[in-house]
Design a protein around this ligand. Structure first.
Ligand code: FES
Length: 233
């Protein structure tokens, strides 16, 4: 099995370059994942840089561009990929090393939408209850693992990662705007009502196509815009 992997060490290399690796098929099984292959490649070349942790599609650390599409190596089966398998870092953010990117701007945008519940502090010892119907509205909005696959597939985020919130942050924003327990809905909407932070989304759907958890950030952003129009005008 052949892999073409983007390599780059900013201290040593003037530009990224590609390196080809071969793995004996006998070392892999029918259900091997891309991450299994990356571990084997790192046995050949311990200098290869990539992130991983849970190996279960939960931690979101191993996002990368796989044959032209963002995804998680740990839940991408090798049998689903055409060869040679070409791996590059998630696009649009600075490369730290090889397949490892600097996600500072991504996290800054996430932080700006205040992704936490704000409730009346009348009794902090009580649970903040909501009806099963209101709870069900959060399905599809809370499961994001912050892998960055969606935001780094979005041209609006590539061009303005310091201004445009990006799909992951806007999905989180919508999750708290629609939460029946949150008391900051109008403040949240007002702070998001900007041509750059939210309305730079052009709904080209790359984010939804890239999400390895099957979420639909594009639909969430559309819903967020509709709520803004209804509540702020
Ligand atoms: Fe945690 Fe892939 S290693 S999501």
């Amino acid at each position: 099995m052949q892999f073409i992997i983007s390599r780059y060490h900013p201290d040593k290399d003037s530009d990224p370059f590609e390196q080809t690796f071969e793995i004996d098929d006998a070392l892999l099984s029918a259900d091997s994942m891309l991450l299994d292959a990356l571990h084997l490649i790192r046995e050949q070349d311990p200098s290869l840089g990539f992130r991983s942790s849970c190996q279960e599609g939960i931690c979101g650390s191993d996002g990368m561009n796989i044959n032209g599409k963002n995804g998680l190596s740990c839940i991408t089966s090798l049998s689903s990929l055409t060869q040679p398998i070409r791996l590059t870092p998630l696009p649009g953010l600075p490369i730290i090393k090889d397949l490892i990117i600097d996600m500072t701007l991504f996290y800054q945008q996430y932080s700006k939408v205040e992704p936490f519940l704000v409730t009346e502090p009348f009794n902090p010892n009580l649970e903040h209850l909501q009806s099963p119907e209101d709870r069900a509205k959060l399905d599809g909005a809370y499961e994001c693992i912050l892998c960055g696959c969606c935001s780094t597939s979005c041209p609006s985020f590539w061009w303005n990662p310091d201004q445009f919130a990006g799909p992951a942050a806007l999905l989180a924003a919508q999750r708290f705007v629609i939460d029946s327990r949150d008391i900051q809905q109008i403040d949240r909407l007002t702070s998001l009502d900007s041509p750059t932070q939210t309305f730079r989304c052009r709904h080209i759907q790359n984010c939804t196509d890239a999400c390895p958890k099957g979420l639909t950030p594009s639909r969430a952003i559309q819903a967020l815009k509709s709520i803004m129009v209804n509540k702020l005008t």
